[in-house]
Write a protein that binds this ligand. Structure first.
Ligand code: B4P
Length: 192
C-alpha cells in the first residue's frame, strides 16, 4: 500500500499536485482543508466552529481533524493507498496518524515536501483569492498569519518524518508538470 503525505506551506501546490497524483496512482485523496470546507458548506456544528478559526488563518483543533481522518480511513478500508494533503499539520497529528495506520498494519511510505519561498506563496494565494471565493485567500495579513502558523506549528512535522528516514524535499517553484515528474521520481523510490 502506498501512503503518501504531501507537505508544504499554504499555496505550495499541495492541492494542485494531489490531483495529478490521484489520477496516476489511484489513491484516495484525504485533504483536511477540503473536508473542513465541506463541513462548512453543510452548515454542521463542526463546520461552524472550524470556519471561525479558518477565516482567521488559525489551525483547527487536532482532535477535530484527527477524528475526520479516522472516519475516512474506516470508510475506505479497501483502498490501494492514501494521499494525505494538508495533514498532518502538527506533531500531535503525525503521532495520531502513525497510530491509526498501525491499527491497520500500515504506515507512511514517504512524505514529499514542496519547497516554496514566502513571496511566491503570497503571490499565488492572492491570485487564487481573486477567483476562489475562499475567505482565507483574501488579504495579505491573513495569508501571512497562515504562513506564521505553518512556521511555528507545522514545520516540526517535517523533522518528525525526517527522523524516520521518510522525508523528500522537492523544489515547488516551476512548471506544474515538471514538479509532478519530480514527485513521481520520489514515489518510485518507495514503490520498487
Ligand atoms: P488547506 O485547504 O490545506 O489550504 P492550503 O494550505 O492553502 O493549500 P492548498 O492545497 O489549497 O493550496 P495549493 O498549495 O495547492 O487549508 C486551509 C485551512 O484549513 C488552514 O489554514 C487551517 O485553518 C485548516 N486546516 C486544514 N487542514 C488542517 C489540519 N490538518 N489541522 C488544522 N487545521 C487545518 O495551491 C495554491 C495556489 O497556487 C493555487 O492557486 C494553485 O493554482 C497555485 N499553484 C500551485 N502550484 C503552482 C506552481 N507550480 N506554479 C504557480 N502556481 C501554482
Amino acid at each position: 500500500m502506498l501512503n503518501l503525505i504531501l507537505f508544504g506551506p499554504p499555496g505550495a501546490g499541495k492541492g494542485t499536485q494531489s490531483e495529478n497524483i490521484i489520477a496516476k496512482y489511484k489513491l484516495i485523496h484525504l485533504s483536511t482543508g477540503d473536508l473542513l470546507r465541506s463541513e462548512i458548506q453543510a452548515g454542521s456544528e463542526l463546520g461552524l466552529q472550524a470556519k471561525t478559526l479558518m477565516d482567521q488563518g488559525i489551525l483547527v483543533p487536532d482532535e477535530v481533524v484527527i477524528g475526520m481522518i479516522d472516519n475516512k480511513l474506516k470508510e475506505h478500508r479497501d483502498a490501494a493507498g492514501f494521499i494525505f494533503d494538508g495533514f498532518p499539520r502538527t506533531v500531535k497529528q503525525s503521532e495520531a496518524l502513525d497510530q491509526l495506520l498501525a491499527s491497520y498494519n500500515e504506515s507512511i511510505s514517504v512524505m514529499i515536501a514542496l519547497v516554496v519561498d514566502d513571496n511566491e506563496l503570497l503571490a499565488r494565494l492572492l491570485n487564487r483569492g481573486k477567483t476562489s471565493g475562499r475567505p482565507d485567500d483574501q488579504n495579505e495579513e491573513l495569508i501571512s498569519k497562515r504562513i506564521q502558523e505553518y512556521n511555528s506549528k507545522t514545520k516540526p512535522v517535517a523533522d518528525y518524518y525526517q527522523e524516520q528516514g521518510k522525508f523528500v524535499a522537492i523544489d515547488g517553484i516551476g512548471e506544474i508538470d515538471f514538479i509532478f515528474e519530480e514527485i513521481t521520481k520520489a514515489i518510485s523510490t518507495v514503490t520498487i
